[in-house]
Design a protein around this ligand. Structure first.
Ligand SMILES: O=c1ccn([C@@H]2O[C@H](COP(=O)(O)OP(=O)(O)O[C@H]3O[C@@H](CO)[C@H](O)[C@H]3O)[C@@H](O)[C@H]2O)c(=O)[nH]1
Ligand SMILES: [Mn+2]
Length: 354
């Protein structure tokens, strides 16, 4: 049987290191097309192990393809990965970090994280009413007594957020306080994050339906030249969740696990995260209060509407947010330029020949 979604899914990998980790993933990843976003020095040669079908983009490629709009793609931060989402032409994207390896389930079996993400994405979500037996569509589970039958069809799933064994995705202060803490807990569950609830989306083991939510998966202005880093995936996750709630889409978290091997330097991370740690005390209430009107009926329109609110309400915290609001608009312009058909439909402009 052909691997699920073989020609409908791209694997996006940001890297500033090397791609040796692919050897361990070969049995699961080889049938799929890879989009490698090479960060840092574009003159450095990144070797891709033999036998993988891939396209690789470095900073020179990003600048060539986007021109002035390349300014919205971060440099020297894992946020650069979102360029891969933009150039992909597939319906689904799975993104993984180059220090994430195949984990084993409690029975000792290798976990095919990609297959589990695909299953999560192909099954509906239940954001409107919480099922206490977790994923009702999982083998051996179902909706529990009292679950309204009118809601059992669920909603389309836009995001599948996987977790990590070994090195957990802790922020720098937590990493500093608990340098030896490792996550050994394998929780056999997938849950839909309820409507109206935000969550900290980690980009290291993440899959999404690009056609449902792709334009909202902008990882922001981070890294080189920016006052903040390591909030790339968090920013995307907050925007994505507000838009999913508005458009009636679901976000799941839980299985699959990957084995996260490398703890980045907590002192370096603290410098990158520092402003984010106190800014987020204002950012979260902002997203909790963000409003999208009925005419925001596409992801692009929702995203542009959010960018206006970012400028107006978060711009007071720091000029950075006015820059970020501009970059959010540039991102959508770049997305629609690279994806004219999707863009035109999404912005209500008839595509040629219609
Ligand atoms: O400047 C950079 C730094 C890293 N990368 C690539 O991005 C991923 C993640 O890098 P790393 O493993 O060092 O980061 P972590 O601290 O483990 O995780 C953070 O990264 C994000 C999740 O992806 C999130 O901010 C945190 O969870 C690797 O593939 C690096 O090669 C990069 O491209 N540029
Ligand atoms: Mn890592």
């Amino acid at each position: 049987m052909a691997p699920l979604l073989k020609d409908e899914l791209d694997i996006v990998i940001p890297t500033i290191r090397n791609l040796d980790f692919l050897e361990m993933w070969r049995p699961f990843f080889q049938p799929y097309h890879l989009i490698i976003v090479q960060d840092g020095d574009p003159t450095k040669k990144i070797n891709v192990p033999e036998g993988f079908d891939y396209e690789l983009y470095n900073r020179n490629d990003i600048n060539r393809i986007l021109g002035p709009r390349a300014s919205c793609i971060s440099f020297k931060d894992s946020a650069c990965r979102c360029f891969g989402y933009m150039v992909s032409k597939k319906k689904y994207v799975f993104t993984i970090d180059d220090d994430c390896f195949v984990a084993k389930d409690p029975s000792g079996k290798d976990i095919d994280a990609l297959a589990k993400h695909i299953q999560n994405l192909l099954c509906p979500s239940t954001p409107l009413f919480f099922n206490t037996l977790y994923d009702p569509y999982a083998e051996g589970a179902d909706f529990v007594r009292g679950y309204p039958f009118s809601l059992r069809e669920g909603l389309p799933t836009a995001v599948s957020h996987g977790l990590w064994l070994n090195i957990p995705d802790y922020d720098a202060p937590t990493q500093l306080v608990k340098p030896r803490e490792r996550n050994g807990r394998y929780v056999d569950a997938v849950m839909t994050i309820p409507k109206g609830t935000l969550f900290p989306m980690c980009g290291m083991n993440l899959a999404f339906d690009r056609e449902l939510i792709g334009p909202a998966m902008y990882f922001g202005l981070m890294g080189d030249g920016q006052p903040i880093g390591r909030y790339d995936d968090m920013w995307a996750g907050w925007c994505v969740k507000v838009i999913c709630d508005h458009l009636g889409l679901g976000v799941k978290t839980g299985l699959p696990y990957i084995w996260h091997s490398k703890a980045s330097n907590p002192f370096v991370n603290l410098k990158k995260e520092y402003k984010g740690i106190f800014w987020q005390e204002d950012i979260i209430p902002f997203f909790q209060a963000a409003t999208l009107t009925k005419d925001c009926d596409t992801v692009q329109k929702c995203y542009i509407a959010l960018s206006h609110q970012v400028r107006e309400k978060l711009g007071k915290i720091d000029p950075y947010f006015a820059k970020l609001a501009d970059a959010m608009v540039t991102w959508i312009e770049a997305w629609d330029t690279l994806n004219p058909k999707e863009g035109a439909e999404a912005n209500g402009k008839p595509t040629k020949g219609k």
